[in-house]
Design a protein around this ligand. Structure first.
Ligand SMILES: Nc1ncnc2c1ncn2[C@@H]1O[C@H](COP(=O)(O)OP(=O)(O)O)[C@@H](O)[C@H]1O
Ligand SMILES: [Mg+2]
Length: 391
């Protein structure tokens, strides 16, 4: 194109009006294309001539940097930029004829913090410098992504550290526990009034040791990555076994069990050990919620592509505020609670690619529903057969 224009200019006198019109139209077309390309770029672009006057800029510039353009006047690039810090940087760089790569500026724009990277390079034309190009790249997303990653990494190493400490605490705790038992044994042999008092103190220490131990064990369980292995299994027998395990405890607490299992449930991808742990945690909470006894209802059903496992109690229920936080680590309303139980339940359900929901009414009871996906292959088969019919 350039060559064509040069050739045309050489014999400009010989061109007729129609040819001149065509030449101008082609030039206008080309300029339109260049402008469209520039305006489509995400990066901001400013071009200065050898006097540092702004000769060209694209739309992204106006979006990225606050600009103050005065119509019809030739302004040096830095005077078109409303931000002082950036303007001074541009002025220094252009006058000093420096090349700068990715100089970053952070500033608040509205409610967001933006980080812009400025790159200044000379504008070369036929081997000579005829101005400068300023490229502006919005790196805010990249920077905040990096910051997030750094935070996640430091959190991960903090967790590893905490898990290490928790693990180290377990051994001395075990030792304290054993020695407390020895003290209790020795005390039992002494028939003295004061021994009785000491026994009471020892009981208190024992309780506290047990509490610490539970916190440590729960914590370790919560922070360790789960080693779930999912196998094709039936849900009902697993739930039944778990209920058998707690049946005695429930009876003791005056709680009756209603088992409402659906027949013909499809096999699911389950980790028996972890699933039992999840159900146990929910049942334990139900027991605490029914200190005066009540009814525990356990239901399994197929619902579309999911199998539901619902565990409901007729206990004290919970308020909206409590319900919002129950899955948070360490949230508890119980004196001897760890607040880890439901956090683990949530983690286990997620490992099963499932979901969990809760409904509750204060004074009436709560229902926890675990939704577990039916493995895809059966659905594939069905939809494939369906497709076949349509053809
Ligand atoms: N079945 C339930 N009925 C009423 N409140 C419940 C029930 N299950 C859980 N909660 C509430 O959720 C909180 C957190 O439960 P969880 O994570 O198991 O910790 P913890 O049992 O140690 O308190 C409980 O302290 C309680 O307030
Ligand atoms: Mg609990």
């Amino acid at each position: 194109m350039k060559k064509f224009v040069e050739r045309a200019l050489k014999k400009f006198e010989k061109l007729d009006t129609e040819q001149v019109r065509m030449l101008i139209r082609d030039l206008a077309n080309e300029q339109g294309l260049v402008a469209a390309v520039l305006d489509s770029l995400n990066d901001g672009l400013m071009v200065a001539d050898s006097e540092h006057l702004l000769v060209l800029y694209n739309k992204a510039c106006e979006r990225l940097v606050p600009m103050s353009l005065r119509e019809g006047t030739d302004q040096p690039v830095w005077q078109t930029i409303a931000d002082d810090q950036i303007a001074r940087f541009i002025e220094r760089t252009l006058i000093g004829q420096e090349s700068v790569a990715d100089r970053e500026f952070t500033f608040d724009r509205g409610s967001k913090t933006r980080t812009l990277a400025f790159t200044v390079t000379p504008l070369l034309r036929d081997g000579t410098i005829t101005g400068s190009i300023v490229r502006i790249d919005d790196v805010s997303e990249k920077r905040s992504r990096e910051a997030r990653l750094r935070r996640a990494e430091s959190l991960a190493s903090l967790t590893t550290l905490a898990a290490g400490v928790a693990h180290e605490i377990k051994n001395p705790l075990g030792s304290i526990g054993i020695h407390m038992q020895l003290i209790q044994k020795t005390l039992a042999a002494i028939d003295d009034q004061r021994a009785g008092t000491i026994r009471e103190y020892v009981d208190v220490v024992n309780e506290e040791v047990e509490r610490l131990n539970r916190i440590v064990v729960d914590f370790l369980f919560a922070v360790r990555p789960m080693d779930t292995t999912l196998d094709d299994q039936e849900l009902n027998p697993i739930v039944k076994e778990l209920l058998d395990f707690v049946r005695f405890e429930l009876e003791e607490a005056g709680i009756s069990i209603v088992e409402d299992f659906a027949d013909d449930l499809p096999e699911l991808r389950l980790d028996e050990k972890y699933l039992k742990q999840a159900v146990l945690n929910i049942v334990k909470n139900a027991i605490s919620a029914m200190p005066e006894g009540g009814v525990l209802t356990v239901t399994t059903r197929q619902s579309g592509d999911d199998v539901l496992l619902r565990i409901s109690d007729t206990g004290e229920g919970m308020s909206e505020e409590v319900m919002e936080k129950i899955f948070d680590p360490y949230f508890t309303t119980r004196d001897f609670g760890s607040g880890i139980g439901l956090t683990l339940v949530y983690k286990i359900v997620k490992e099963h690619m499932g979901d969990i929901s809760v409904v509750s009414q204060e004074g009436r009871g709560s229902a926890f529903t675990i939704m577990l996906p039916v493995p895809q292959r059966e659905q594939h088969l069905l939809s494939w057969q369906g497709d076949g019919d349509e053809v």
